[in-house]
Write a protein that binds this ligand. Sequence first.
Ligand code: PXP
Length: 238
Amino acid sequence: MPKLGVNIDHVATLRQARREFDPDPIKAAKICEQAGADSIVAHLRADRRHINDSDIRRLRKTVATRLNLEMSINREIVKIAVSIKPDEATLVPEKRAEITTEGGLDVIRHFNRITKAVETLQKNGIAVSLFIDPIKKQIKKAKESGATVIELHTGRYDLVRTKAAQARELKKIKDMTRYARDLGLIVNAGHGLKYHNTKAIARIPGIEELNIGHSIISHAVFVGLAAAVKEMVRIIKK
Ligand code: PXP
């Protein structure tokens, strides 16, 4: 049974709509943990559009499960990660104009820079995960970078609209999970996972953790955060 990491970025997105104090992502993290989240995920973007430096510092002090910092390999952000020491860092590609993370890291193309960031973070006791598309060549290169964890991008599985295409994407994720596990990597998955499409991913043998944000925070607007997290925990764990 996979674990659930709840991404709380969009609690901060709502706060930033007024640039005041509410809702507080630190309070949200606590509620998520109490409702059964196994880790808290937050993305410190270079443009600080939602989570900011103070949030990350406060999360480090208050998160009782595990803090997974999503981040780019930007030098300033790596420096912040080293000083804050999250339990885990998930390296993602980041483009200023994108609405959310588009596609996985191209580990082949940026191998040297990624390897350097992996080394720096690991030297400081931070486990490193690479967010990549379910493609053999990328997984192989991720292993060569020294990272011990990968997160398979499930965005395409979410976006395709026909049953046949969904089945194809699901099979790709299943096959690539097995391939990565055989290489000795820990495999997580995430992006675009919702209440209706998570069960099939959670059933894939060998996936360690699912990282889910937008759907849980959206559902929380109507049912409350604790109920929204509990409902996702039920889907994943039963
Ligand atoms: N995993 C990674 C690496 C991400 O970048 C994101 C989005 O921040 C997520 C998971 C969560 O995606 P979603 O908000 O679509 O659930």
